[in-house]
Every structure is written in C-alpha cells, then in structure tokens.
Write a protein that binds this ligand. Sequence first.
Ligand code: F3S
Length: 297
Amino acid sequence: MSVTVAKTAGFCFGVRRAVDLAEQQTRQGGEIYAYGEIIHNMHEIARLEKMGVHTAQTLDGIPDGERVLIRAHGVARSVYDAFRQKNCEIYDATCPFVQKIHRIVDRESRDGRLVLILGKEGHPEVEGIRGWCSESVVIDGEQAAQTFADALEPASRPVSLVAQTTVNRAIWNISVSILKKRCTNLKIFDTICKATDERQSEARLLAGASDQMIVIGDRKSSNTKRLYEISRSLCRNVLYIEDAAELTTQELLRTGNIGITAGASTPAWIIKEVSNMMSDEIKIENGEDFAAMLEES
Ligand code: F3S
C-alpha cells in the first residue's frame, strides 16, 4: 500500500491569514469576537475559542466597543456600517480574492448591471458578495444557468457574472457557455480562486490514480464538498472524514494506492493525525513537502 498526501491539502493563503490575525489579536489579551465562524472547521474554531476568540452568529451577539474579526469569507457592506455604529474595532480577515469580488460587483452594480453569482445560495461568501450588489441573482449550476438564460427577455438588462471562489471549474465552464448563447450583454469575471483551481486539479489527478481517496474537512466546508464530488467522479472508493477519529469507523483499504486531500479550512494538525493513523510501514509520497508545510503552519 502507498499513501500520497496532496501537496495542496490544508489551509489556503486566505484561511492561514485569517487564523494568523485571530491568533495575533489573542496575544493582545482581552476579548475578541469573530462574526460567524472564522473558518469552516469546528476543531479549529474550538482551538481558537480556548485562546479567547468567541464566535458570534449575530450582530447583537457582539457587545458595543469590542474588537471584531471579519472572517475570510467576507461580509456585506451593511455589516461594516453596523460595526462602526457599535464603535467596534474592526479587524478584517476577508480574503483579498473575496475583496476583489466585492469591488467588481460594487462597480458593476453602480453601472446599472444585474450581478449573476455562480455559487451556493445562503453560503456566507455568497451572502457577503450579495451585500455589495444593488441587485443580484444566485445560480448554483448549469441547470439554474439554463433556467436564468431561458427567462431572459431579448432586450434584457446587462448582466455581469462572477463566481463564488470555490466553484467547480467544470461547472463554471458549462454555465458560461450556456449564458453566452443567450445573454447579449454579458460581462464575465472569472473569480474562482487559483488555490481552489490547483487543489481541485490535484484532487482530480490523485483520485484518478488512487484505489481509495480520503477527503478531510468539515461537512460545512464548500470547497471540501467540491473535492469530495471530484474524487467521487474519478475514484470508486472515497471517504469523507472530519478528523482522524472518524477514520476508525470507515472501511480503509489495506492495499493499493491511497490518496489524501483536504479542504482549505482543514488545519495541518488534523491531516497529520489522519496520515499518522495509516500504517507506519507505508510509503507516504510528498512526505517531505508535507513535513515542511506542518513546520510552516
Ligand atoms: Fe481566499 Fe481562495 Fe482561500 S479565495 S480564502 S485563498 S480558497
């Protein structure tokens, strides 16, 4: 049996930055509140909570004048206004790639265009993006793209298309080709994050060459779900686990090639626990890279 850990498994740049900012603030002492879960990983949230980062799900859950951390997914413009009203000190961990989408949709809205977002309705990142648009519609895939296109009047208003950063590249490509056929005034902004692209491409390669894939990440994490779907399309035997403990309840293959990948919000220490649970005798490909990644994290 051989085990290969994807080089792209674990924290992306934006999540690393958010967690670093949270840790940095805890070193100043006192309370700090994250508005919503800072990242989609319950283990990491529990670790940060112990360090003094409290998660508040509503604006009212954050007392006036406190320090507040905006998560990597970003928030609507109105949320910044609300925190200013409450005299909160804002520490903004919105990923720069998400901030770029906010700037695009803000500008496109000011130009009178309808913003079309390919992503998951209700996901915090999508809700944040919507909060920078005058008018927006969310589509979750090719079927919704087709329905949207079919309902368009010939002289309909101009449309600007963006994507949630973690959208599956294949779904984006199909949706774009559907919309192009029907929307006469369509501007396309490919806002899928490069880290997402690389992680999905590597998962595709690894899944195609593996007898079993192990995908590690929180069940609320969109990008982990995408990795699971991609792996499932190329490998018959795929496990989706949140931590090493779950591995004991799953059927692990004892022969062949095993691939491991993890979502952008999965901390390196969980990936390490999982790989440690595999036999000591197995050869772990990318072992050196992974060890370096753990040191950096
Ligand atoms: Fe940012 Fe991309 Fe991560 S958008 S939060 S670097 S997945």
